[in-house]
Write a protein that binds this ligand. Structure first.
Ligand code: FES
Length: 186
């Protein structure tokens, strides 16, 4: 590098130092301040967006995650059932599952034991799920698929079913019989 070049660089540095009394530190401070303010504004904006979005997210996502409502369904006046005589009842109810609300049609077999006791059976055989029927002559439930026979109380009398008939939860309230979800055995 020539002596002239050194002189020129030296003069330039001297000029810049004179223009910026603390050697350019103010410019650096200004840049840092700007960067800090930009970051702060960005973070504040993000926080406000999150605050505003939280209720919307809660409103839109929560129902989708909500499990289906379990409910007891009114299937008729308890006094209308005859003790010791099983009867098949078809009923329907609205089930809400997340966003979806749909009508569910279901059947059950109601066996009124006396004025305060009742058994309500699932209409599906506990072997492979076929529908069964009540044989008035023998006072038994019979499944046509593989010859299962159940007593009026739902106990297995013959055939391949591994367990008695499944039962629904029940309650009697205000003279009405209500049927709930299937009881889980064991
Ligand atoms: S499904 Fe009823 S006996 Fe097999």
């Amino acid at each position: 590098m020539s002596e002239n070049t050194h002189d020129t660089v030296g003069e330039l540095n001297k000029y810049l130092s004179e223009q910026q009394p603390n050697g350019g530190n103010d410019q650096m401070d200004e840049m840092s301040r700007r960067k800090f303010m930009t970051t702060l504004l960005g973070m504040t904006g993000g926080a406000i967006t999150l605050l505003l979005a939280a209720p919307i997210v809660s409103y839109t996502v929560k129902p989708a995650l909500k499990k289906s409502d379990t409910q007891m369904v009114d299937v008729g006046n308890f006094s209308d059932f005859t003790a010791g005589k099983p009867v098949k009842v078809d009923y329907s109810f609205m089930r809400k599952d997340g966003w979806i609300e749909a009508e569910v049609k279901q059947s059950c077999w109601v066996l009124k034991k006396d004025d305060s006791n009742v058994k309500v059976f699932s209409p599906n055989c506990t072997h492979l799920g076929c529908g069964y029927s009540w044989d008035e002559a023998t006072q038994e439930f019979k499944c046509p698929c593989h010859g299962a026979v159940f007593s009026a109380d739902g106990e297995v009398k013959a055939g391949p079913p591994p367990r008695p008939l499944d039962q629904f939860e029940t309650k009697i309230e205000g003279g009405k019989l209500f049927v709930g979800k299937l009881k889980v055995e064991g």
